[in-house]
Design a protein around this ligand. Structure first.
Ligand code: CMC
Length: 440
């Protein structure tokens, strides 16, 4: 039985190669597309499947997040993202993602206490930070310090012990916000601010970033809610690049801190979590609405590497539901801090309007994604662009740890090991040919 028993088998697909026909089981999803099981194909037909970028490949079975890209739907454990953004808070969402259903009042209270208890970092980690250059990107510090946690918390490295696994996930979620805030403080040359246990997760993050030894940061409930919503919206997104990286790293049995550090690295790229920083920098580069046409033309030009950052998505071929929520929050936040006419927000809205009518973007179904508006909000709260991806990483620790736990507990889990279409040399005789190029 190749799949979990919970996956109902509906029918078989037939694949004919030359004179041989192979029957491939099809499994129904509870919602969305079904999958064809090709796991026995190589042993039967001596062929691999070829799918660069995994555009047609389901790499695992999961009960955590559902996306309907055509309809613009995102749900965590069956709950619509908009409802969670309006009614829940980040720690409840973390609990939901990890445990599968909403906690009752007592469970939530206990869980919040546990997360709060874990926000402190080992004092030695401060020395670890001192090793970074002051101009290091905060994501470089996130990657390094997240991986280093495995040397500080050796009592939660045994992935076969469910108690240690749970404790590790709590440590990762809680400490990620402290590490992120420390990376920020280090990069601006201020001393670190300790977490405060009476604050919520989002308030505490704002406090650790913006309080200093001379002055306590006054937390506005509107900005704290905006921060919390950003955390909720980024908490999980199914089998994206960084989550798949976490699962692949974890499939070898690596410890959870090392796996999450791998996820942080993957998230850093501009096609993934780095797009929020890139989107704001792009808006600043465009500068004014009168330049929009020029940049839209650049984005459409195949010879030009320029892309509209914050536009397009592998899965959403409709408006990203997260972007819809953030657009509203963006207006609220700017109003709250007294920015009546933010030129960057105006430019973003003009750009969105023009792109959504442009034939190229319409035909390719390129809509604004979550990164289009998040940067404007984060900048208004007071974060520099380098911190945007760090904030994404802090939120995504929820999804990464939930997905990692699900993978470890999956009875059919095995080490991930893709194959390839080899197009290199056949056997060469040593020394017969040498390179004539001067480019190495
Ligand atoms: N600007 C201009 N053209 C684009 C864009 C864009 N932002 N996005 C896609 N296209 C074109 C692309 O050139 C391709 O054209 P053609 O079919 O002629 O070759 C077509 O649309 C399909 O795009 P793709 O690159 O094959 O799609 P993909 O699924 O491989 O990539 C993406 C998705 C998100 C990497 C891509 O849309 C992109 O680079 N967007 C900008 C970066 C960005 O905003 N990333 C954040 C993603 S959401 C947050 C997250 O999940 O991390």
């Amino acid at each position: 039985m190749p799949r979990n028993k919970s996956t109902p088998k509906i029918k078989k697909a037939k694949l004919t190669i030359n004179e041989n026909t192979y029957e491939l089981p099809i499994y129904n999803s509870t919602e969305g597309e079904s999958v064809i099981d090709i796991s026995k194909l190589h042993s039967q037909a001596k062929l691999f499947t070829y799918d660069p970028g995994f555009t047609s490949t389901a790499s695992c079975e999961s009960k955590i997040t559902f996306i309907d890209g055509d309809k613009g739907i995102l749900r965590y454990r069956g709950y619509d993202i908009e409802e969670l953004a309006n009614k829940s808070d980040f720690i409840e969402v973390v609990n939901l993602l990890i445990y599968g259903d909403l906690p009752n009042k007592e469970q939530l209270k206990k869980y919040k206490k546990l997360i709060t208890r874990h926000t402190l970092l080992h004092e030695q980690i401060i020395n670890f930070f001192q090793g970074f250059r002051r101009d290091a990107h905060p994501m470089a510090m996130m990657v390094g310090v997240m991986g280093a946690l495995s040397s500080f918390y050796q009592d939660t490295l045994d992935i076969n012990d469910p108690h240690q696994r749970q404790e590790a996930t709590r440590r990762i979620v809680a400490k990620s916000s402290t590490i992120g805030a420390m990376a920020y403080k280090y990069s601006i040359g201020q001393s670190f601010v300790s977490p405060k246990n009476n604050l919520s997760f989002s308030e505490n993050f704002l406090h650790m970033c913006f309080s200093n030894t001379a002055e306590e940061y006054k937390i506005s409930p509107i900005l704290a809610k905006a921060m919390d919503t950003i955390f909720i919206l980024h908490a999980d997104h199914e089998q994206n690049a960084s989550t798949s990286t976490v699962r692949l790293a974890g499939s070898s049995g690596a410890n959870p801190f090392a796996c999450i550090a791998a996820g942080v690295s993957s998230l850093w790229g501009p096609a993934h979590g780095g797009a929020n920083q890139a989107a704001l920098e792009m808006l600043e580069q465009i500068g004014s609405s009168k330049n929009i046409k020029k940049y839209i033309n650049k984005a459409k030009n195949k010879k030009d590497k320029f892309k509209l950052m914050g536009f397009g998505h592998r899965v959403y071929k409709n408006y990203d539901p997260r972007a819809k929520i953030l657009k509203k929050i963006c207006q609220k936040v700017l109003k709250h801090i007294g920015i009546k006419n933010d030129p960057i927000l105006k430019l973003a809205m003009d750009l969105e309007k023009i792109a959504l009518k442009d034939k190229y973007f319409v035909e390719k179904k390129l809509y604004p994604n979550v990164d289009f508006y998040s940067g404007i909000i984060l900048r208004a709260i007071g974060f520099p662009p380098e911190m945007f991806t760090v904030i994404f990483a802090i939120s995504r620790t929820a999804g990464w740890t939930a997905q990692w736990t699900e993978m470890i507990e999956d009875p059919i889990q095995k080490i991930g090991r893709p194959r390839q279409l080899y197009s290199g040399n056949k056997l060469q005789k040593y020394g017969v040919k040498r390179s004539k190029k001067n480019t190495r």
